[in-house]
Design a protein around this ligand. Structure first.
Ligand code: HEC
Length: 157
């Protein structure tokens, strides 16, 4: 009898392992996907910012391409990248997303909308001269920061 019970306990323990892995998986992928999205935004902002600051020569094609790419990123379906329970209160250091993203919703969506409007404006002018780029990049950067400040935790050292 004891042996049967022990075997059941062991069988349950083995069964629990893949289940836990399945539960952790989708969250990890969602966090990875949104970080990838953010990394791409930073990649294109780097090019645009470099030109605006005069660190790299202005090139109309590059500037327009970067702006278009930022706009394309705003069109991704992000709904599954931000599942409830994927904040740093639940996932610890795996993410810097703060739980108020969900508790104050739709505030974060408002920040996303403001950012998108700034990008749409950037797309109109980025390829037609350095001055246009300089004028339009500020609000885009503010759009990034305007969301990071309330909703992204400081980087842990
Ligand atoms: C609507 C909100 C919002 C906007 C707009 C936004 N971000 Fe983010 N960003 C976040 C959040 C939240 C995180 C934390 C994600 C996580 O750790 O899961 C983040 C993380 C990041 C990261 C770190 C990614 C990593 O690998 O950990 C970078 C880089 C970044 N953002 C750049 C940008 C840039 C550049 C822009 C503007 C061009 C931008 N973000 C616009 C909310 C936003």
């Amino acid at each position: 009898m004891m042996k049967v019970l022990r075997n059941i306990v062991i069988a349950m323990a083995i069964a629990a392992v893949p289940m836990a892995a399945v539960q952790a998986g989708p969250m990890d992928k969602a966090v990875g996907a949104r970080k990838a999205d953010m990394k791409l935004r930073a990649f294109y902002m780097g090019q645009l910012g470099g030109m605006a600051k005069g660190k790299i020569a202005y090139d109309a094609k590059t500037a327009q391409g970067a702006a278009n790419s930022l706009l394309a990123l705003t069109k991704l379906d992000g709904s599954k990248m931000w599942p409830k329970g994927s904040g740093n209160d639940m996932l610890g250091t795996k993410t810097r997303a703060m739980p108020n993203i969900w508790s104050t919703y739709p505030e974060v969506a408002g920040k996303g909308k403001a950012y998108k409007m700034a990008v749409e404006n950037l797309v109109k002018v980025a390829g037609s001269g350095l001055d246009g780029l300089k004028g339009a990049i500020g609000p885009v950067g503010k759009g990034c920061g305007g969301c990071h400040k309330p909703f992204r935790a400081e980087k842990k050292k």
